[in-house]
Design a protein around this ligand. Sequence first.
Ligand code: B12
Length: 136
Amino acid sequence: MADKVKVVLGVIGADCHAVGNKILNHAITAAGYEVINLGVLVPQEEFVNAAIETDAKAILVASLYGHGEIDCRGLRDRCREAGIEDIMLYVGGNLVVGKTDFNEVEKKFLDMGYNRVYEPGTLPDRVIADMKEDLK
Ligand code: B12
């Protein structure tokens, strides 16, 4: 049997919101991927190290508590410095404080080097469909 595609999942920074992480882990695993789930309170460095150690094809970053912009900035640079510049970076959750127009939020995170940016409340099916497209 072919090896499963590996993806790293976690909630970045000082964020302890755990429920979405568990749901994403379950759904993405059920869709046939091997999920390296780092859980909550994950520093950027840990995402990068886990991706290198496991040869993951994507990093899925969640941020729920409103500090996403600060916590997520610089992850692409870290990946570049670590030699995994081409890894897919997905980010979702409640990325900014309050209700900002999502187009603005999306642009900001795309400019930071994320490949795909998800709105608050995105269901796992959406990202799984994108992963099937991106991680062939
Ligand atoms: C439960 C909860 C808590 C619990 C968390 C318990 C735990 N360990 O999980 C406690 C009480 C600890 C908590 C604390 C705080 N919370 Co709180 N919390 C919530 C609440 C009510 C529910 C979160 C939840 O479990 N949702 C259910 C899951 C299934 O949904 P989800 O997390 O959104 O994830 C889904 C999608 O968004 C998506 N998704 C998520 N991440 C990603 C990533 C990718 C790549 C993709 C594709 C998809 C994806 O997939 C998931 C499944 O569909 C929300 C409000 C709400 N209704 O969402 C506030 C909320 C997230 N909390 C909020 C805040 C502000 C805080 C605090 C800062 C409050 C404070 N001042 O102390 C602290 C932060 C603590 C910390 N260090 O993280 C705000 C965030 C505001 C913002 N971003 O603008 C919210 C939105 C409440 C609000 N309306 O103000 N919280």
